[in-house]
Ligand binder design. Structure first.
Ligand SMILES: *Cc1c(COP(=O)(O)O)cnc(C)c1O
Length: 386
């Protein structure tokens, strides 16, 4: 089952990194739920497996699989998306600076500001969807340009290729948090980025039954460091979760195709609805970065934000939806709905939320792969209460 070099995307998703189990021929990589491996004799060479933190065959299959999906050299899986981001920061030293997309994931902002700043790292934030703002914000000590595109929940789009060119002029490495798009929609390493990361909790796993993170690297010096620190710091992903995500990536293409289709229908429905003040979706012609999204993305993803005008309207609406579940997270087969100001972005100070456009009437949907007519009917009945 050796993949040819010109294998296409879905074939890579289903097959890359996985061989039939050598002991039994099992087509699916087993869950190697073991903490250690028996060695043949003292000082004798072993089969490459010593201890469960250092090596696990299920985790390593997942890492090979996602490295191939993102067109990277190697990947390293962690216990959560945040653990992946935090481990990436260990590549830096006190005194280093990271330039970050403003409107970044709330947990990332919290990690940077409340944990890592204490250790001498400096972070500043800029709207990276405006490339003219990037170069002036770089400093002599900037090591990473940390991009999220689309952003959460305003869905701003950054031109990854353009941002990478600008950063590389100054020897700054480009990190892309690709969680919101998924590699079906965009593969940042092919657009010039140096490092990609995911919360696998979202589209890669896709079934809302696992929390995990992964970092995909291009350069050998980054690979060597991450391999070392994954073991040294030890925030590894367990075998059961690795197995679940491996199962998830097999259906990434069909899930994302349906997600894209459903979200486009829902976004157009919301934009036309009289009770909706504003709908934000990169697939709408009204979206400020629609043209860039068409060029950079394959489809426009599953996230839609819309404004119902006030906190009171948002509360009424969220209590009325029946099919859509009120929950944080995204990227699962079921549609989730959330209120950024009170839920995902509660850790972002109010003035900063206002600056970013995260109003009290803003609602975010992660569109699932249900029948779109049922989703639309649910929205219609909930909006009719406003
Ligand atoms: C969820 C998420 C994270 C954090 O991942 P966890 O798996 O929850 O730790 C980071 N970035 C983005 C864009 C996310 O959506």
């Amino acid at each position: 089952m050796k993949l040819k070099d010109d294998a296409r995307f879905s074939t890579i998703c289903i097959h890359a990194g996985q061989e039939p189990d050598p002991a039994t021929g099992a087509i699916i990589t087993p869950i190697y739920q073991t903490s250690t491996y028996v060695q043949d004799g003292l000082g004798r060479p072993h089969a490459g497996f010593e201890y469960g933190r250092t090596q696990n065959p299920t985790r390593m299959a997942l890492e090979r699989n996602i490295a191939a999906i993102e067109a990277g050299t190697e990947a390293f899986a962690f216990a959560s998306g945040m653990a992946a981001i935090d481990t990436l920061l260990t590549r830096l030293e006190a005194g280093d600076h990271v330039l970050v997309s403003d409107n970044t994931y709330g947990g990332t902002f919290r990690l940077f500001e409340r944990v890592r700043r204490k250790f001498g790292l400096d972070f500043t934030y800029v709207d990276t969807s405006r490339p003219e703002l990037i170069e002036p914000a770089l400093r002599p000590n900037t090591q990473y340009l940390f991009i999220e595109t689309p952003t959460n929940p305003m869905l701003h789009i950054t031109d990854i290729q353009c941002a990478s060119n600008l950063a590389h002029k100054h020897n700054v490495k480009v990190v892309v948090d690709n969680t919101f798009a998924s590699p079906y929609i965009q593969r940042p390493l092919t657009l010039g980025a140096d490092i990609v990361l995911h919360s696998t909790t979202k589209f890669l796993n896709g079934h809302s039954d696992s929390v995990g993170g992964i970092v995909i690297l291009k350069h050998q010096d980054d690979v060597d460091w991450m391999k070392f620190v994954q073991n040294a710091a030890g925030a590894i992903l367990g075998p059961m979760d690795s197995w679940l995500i491996l199962r998830g990536t097999k259906t990434l293409t069909v899930r994302m195709e349906r997600t894209n289709e459903n979200a486009q229908v829902i976004a157009e429905f919301l934009e036309a609805h009289p009770k909706v003040k504003r709908a934000i979706y990169p697939g709408l012609a009204s979206h400020p970065h629609h043209r860039l999204a068409r060029k950079q993305m394959k489809g426009f993803g599953g996230l839609i934000s819309f404004d119902v005008g006030s906190l009171e309207n948002a509360k009424t609406f969220l209590e009325r939806v029946r099919l859509m579940a009120l929950a944080e997270s995204l990227g699962g087969v079921e549609t989730l709905i959330s209120h950024p100001a009170i839920m995902t972005h509660a850790s972002v100070p109010k003035e900063r939320r206002a600056m970013l456009g995260i109003t009290d009437g803003l609602i975010r949907i992660s569109v699932g792969i249900e029948d779109v007519e049922d989703l639309q009917a649910d929205l219609e009945q909930a909006l009719s209460a406003l």
